[in-house]
Design a protein around this ligand. Structure first.
Ligand code: C5P
Length: 232
């Protein structure tokens, strides 16, 4: 599985995202479509972007009873996405059901990645709101292990956790890492960041990059810089 840069297309309308993608006349980037764009534009936005030759990570973070997740995953698989995700908190049974739903009649399926604990959840919130008393790093690794046991392909994690995830779940278990910034760029609201080159060194398989590309004066140049640092 090759390393790749995934652009987080956090736009709220089709016009905005298509204007942005129009700039990429050469290499077609792997793009992440999140809830905002999907809920605004519906499944057609996935088909439209796919038709332009992009790979798609559909970031909808499913979490429901196994039967509902299985059936929903079958619908997403039919949209021909390349990667999608769910919450590991839904249990191993839910993750296994998701994989079943995602698998097409010919045996192919999109990559399935788990979210462990959201980075917006800290130790205090986890203990007080969720009543999970273990250290958050241990919980994250436990959820990653559950995802591996269920047969998933990997997890979304901080680049700082990628090495530990590979140690725990195996080298082939994918780490998809947001929180990437250029050495000379703005950090914005991200707290713990890494450059694309550092993420490569530490073993990330895919980096998810939003504003350093989408808000750049020259998004194509910023994307190519990510590719040069991370993939080449
Ligand atoms: O603009 P920026 O590079 O910060 O975008 C990162 C993308 O990765 C956003 O779509 C954000 O929602 C997503 N993400 C994240 N941290 C996580 C999980 C997802 O930043 N833990």
């Amino acid at each position: 599985m090759g390393k790749d840069v995934i652009i987080a297309c956090d736009f709220s309308s089709k016009d905005q995202v298509m204007n942005f993608l129009d700039k990429f006349t050469g290499r077609k980037p792997f793009v992440k479509i999140g809830m905002e764009l999907f809920y605004a534009e519906g499944p057609q936005i996935v088909k439209d972007i796919k038709a332009r030759g992009h790979k798609i990570f559909l970031d909808l973070k499913l979490h429901d009873i196994p039967n509902t997740v299985k059936k929903s995953m079958a619908v997403l698989s039919g949209l021909d996405v390349d990667m999608t995700n769910l919450h590991a908190a839904g249990t191993i049974t839910m993750m296994q059901a998701a994989l079943e739903g995602l698998t097409r009649p010919d045996g192919s399926r999109p990559l399935l990645i788990a979210v462990t604990q959201l980075t917006s959840t800290d130790q205090e919130r986890m203990e007080n709101d969720l009543l999970i008393k273990e250290p958050i790093d241990k919980v994250v690794m436990h959820y990653a292990k559950n995802a591996a046991v269920a047969g998933l392909d990997g997890v979304v994690c901080s680049p700082l956790e990628a090495g530990k995830v590979h140690e725990t779940c195996g080298e082939k278990f994918l780490t998809v890492t947001p929180g990437v910034r250029f050495a000379d760029g703005d950090i914005g609201d991200q707290k713990r960041v890494m450059t694309p080159a550092e993420a490569k060194k530490i073993g990330s398989d895919y980096i998810v990059v939003g504003r350093p590309i989408t808000a750049a004066e020259d998004p194509v140049a910023a994307y190519e810089r990510c590719i040069a640092e991370f993939c080449d």
